[in-house]
Ligand binder design. Structure first.
Ligand SMILES: O=C(O)c1cc(C(=O)O)c2c(n1)C(=O)C(=O)c1cc(C(=O)O)[nH]c1-2
Ligand SMILES: [Ca+2]
Length: 596
């Protein structure tokens, strides 16, 4: 009797686990299947590496357009197309249209889903009305709309399965990030670090859209989901969050939004993601470390509880959002096998962290920086250069990197074949003047005037190959403009990325030699992907269509649909349309048929 009760309990416990497991297992399996592309970053580790090798360093020069598709939408096209079986899914910037394209018929439209997001959301998006893509699981496509909804759409029929509202435009919130699905949960976060928004990450039930948990980046431990298991490497004690701000009001409007990338280690069962800049930019108004803005969190995906956190930029002075991707790698460093997380921060440093504990293994600059002199590996503290501290009412000149950072959201790739990271990034400096700013809900909360300029050498961007074991540069390619697209690495040892001046490029993964390039219709800031089509050929797909904050960097305050002016971007150089055309087009490339 007792025995059967125990068996029954074991059965219940296991079936509970089983009911929870499928989505992650399915996703791990699908993300290893190189014929498909099921989440923006390709896999939970965020490597953007595909094992396909039909396109290689010898034949890539023959790459041709197979088909194209016009989205009919202006603004920054940043999304990664998804490929599930014979269908490609493309999300556009506002109005966030989801297209399903038939790969058996050169991209014929299968269906179109229009969520009709509120027009008002356009006015509060800091950095253009962008969207970074969708995620697939359990027969559904999940993505965010600019007006703060997460939607689930049936991947076969295009019918809406559920739609959940998560934030408020009136408070300055928007959503631009690409979700990931972990264990029957869709994980999403908000934008608005320039608008006096309080940042959060939220888990929704994939089946119902019900909110399961929400963790704030700022405020008391119970809101940040910090409990007894929280073991940050460089700080002790709890209730750190609220006490590192001058007042309760300050952390309620202090930023720390979650608009970047989320990665997941199924073995450790931890998710990793970063939080945005502290607000306002004028740091005089928020004395203290401003935890947990510009930080990285490791959390339990079931409960949301934080395991550890590390603050890249305590008391952020320069709008250094900490949201850039955390690439999860297993590396042998100094003879030891380490489970690491690699992160190229806006502050210009490449960090290699132990992803189980949060300890820093190394931190080295990947671009010219004069704001952070070094990162102390014992204390975790960045040592700041006081000569570049912002001053109230007075321009401080030539601060590097500029607010978009040594690198912004544009994600790097990693090839296990070369052991190199491929990093699209910026080379920007700026002058900054700070001023007192009042908080008005739903309006920019900045308190700074900035003028951007190219960094040393006069070029505004680089595409850099980086060795994460030695934590040093391998080679770099100079770009006139910030390299603001994602990177894609393949087993053909070809690496792809796009440029603002309308080139989509293929380079040799080992040497950086340019192998092929193609002029697209507009600047490329999308994330390239690759897949095996129904005809067994390898295809490479990317969205062109310039915008995003890179658009502002190039164009200054031209576009009145987004409050660049309010953000104080002065020093416009050239008109955006004079540099690079506008409008979204999907390009799909393949090798031509062998001629007999
Ligand atoms: O603090 C925030 O909430 C927030 C949101 C976003 C966004 O959602 O696009 C950007 C930024 N900050 C930001 O600082 C930034 O440099 C940036 C660039 C871009 C882009 O799409 O090119 N978005 C954003
Ligand atoms: Ca920001």
């Amino acid at each position: 009797m007792i025995r059967s009760k125990i068996l029954w309990l074991v059965f219940v416990a296991c079936s509970g686990k089983l009911a929870d497991a499928p989505a992650s297992d399915e996703i791990v399996r699908l993300s290893r299947d190189d014929s498909q592309w099921v989440m923006a970053a390709k896999n939970y580790a965020n490597t953007r590496f595909s094992g396909l090798d039909q396109i290689n360093t010898d034949n890539v020069k023959r790459l041709r357009v197979a088909w194209t598709f016009s989205t009919g939408v202006l603004n920054g096209h940043e999304a990664a197309p998804l490929v599930i079986k014979d269908t490609m899914y493309v999300v556009t910037p506002w109005p966030n249209i989801l297209y399903a394209l038939d790969l058996k018929q050169a991209g014929a439209i299968k269906w179109v889903y229009r969520p009709n997001p509120s027009r008002a959301a356009q006015g509060v998006a800091c950095c253009d009305v962008v969207n970074r893509g969708a995620a697939y699981a359990e027969g559904k496509i999940f993505f965010n709309t600019l007006d703060n909804h997460t939607v689930a759409v049936d991947a076969t029929t295009g019918k809406e399965v559920w739609k959940t509202k998560l934030g408020e435009i009136a408070r300055g919130e928007t959503m631009t990030m690409a979700p990931i699905v972990v264990k029957n949960k869709v994980l999403v976060g908000n934008s608005g670090g320039e608008m006096g928004v309080r940042g959060w990450i939220t888990a929704l039930d994939t089946r119902s859209g019900r909110i399961l948990w929400r963790a704030y980046s700022t405020g008391p431990d119970e809101d940040v989901l910090i409990g007894p298991d929280f073991k940050p490497p460089y700080v002790s004690g709890q209730n750190l969050g609220a006490t590192t701000w001058p007042s309760e009001k300050a952390w309620q409007i202090g930023g720390g939004t979650v608009w970047g990338w989320i990665s997941y280690d199924p073995e450790a069962d931890l998710i990793y993601y970063g939080t945005s800049n502290a607000g306002p930019w004028n740091a005089v108004q928020r004395p203290g470390e401003n935890k947990w803005t510009s930080s990285v969190f490791a959390r339990d995906p079931d409960t949301g509880m934080a395991r550890w956190a590390y603050q890249w930029n305590p008391h952020d002075l320069y709008d250094y959002d900490g949201v850039n991707e955390n690439v999860l790698l297993d590396l042998n460093i100094d003879g030891q096998d380490r489970k690491v997380l690699v992160h190229a921060d806006r502050n210009g440093y490449m960090y290699v962290l132990d992803r189980l504990t949060g300890e820093i293994i190394s931190a080295e600059p990947f671009v010219y920086t004069n704001t952070v002199k070094r990162v102390d590996l014992k204390t975790g503290q960045p040592e700041l250069n006081e000569a570049k501290s912002p001053q109230l009412g007075k321009f401080v000149k030539d601060i590097c990197p500029a607010p978009p950072g040594g690198k912004d959201w544009q994600p790097m790739a990693y090839s296990p074949r070369t052991g190199h990271l491929y990093v699209p990034h910026n080379n920007l400096c700026f002058d900054m003047k700070t001023m007192e700013v009042g908080y008005i809900a739903g309006t920019p909360y900045i308190g700074a005037e900035v003028a951007m300029k190219p960094g040393p050498g006069g070029n505004r961007g680089f595409f850099t190959a980086w060795d994460p074991v030695r934590n040093q540069k391998v080679w770099e390619i100079k770009e006139d403009f910030p390299a603001w697209s994602g990177a894609l690495a393949t087993a053909g040892d070809v690496v792809f990325y796009g440029t603002m001046d309308r080139w989509f490029k293929a380079v040799d993964a080992k040497t950086g030699q340019e192998l092929w390039k193609f002029r697209t219709g507009s600047g490329v800031i999308g994330q390239p992907v690759t897949y095996r089509g129904p005809d067994d050929k390898q295809y490479v797909a990317v969205l062109a269509g310039v915008g995003g904050w890179a658009g502002a960097v190039v164009a200054g305050q031209l576009d009145t649909r987004v409050p660049y002016g309010a953000l104080g971007f002065v020093g416009a150089t050239k008109d955006l349309p004079e540099v690079t055309g506008e409008g979204g087009t999907l390009y799909v490339f393949a090798l031509p048929e062998e001629s007999p």
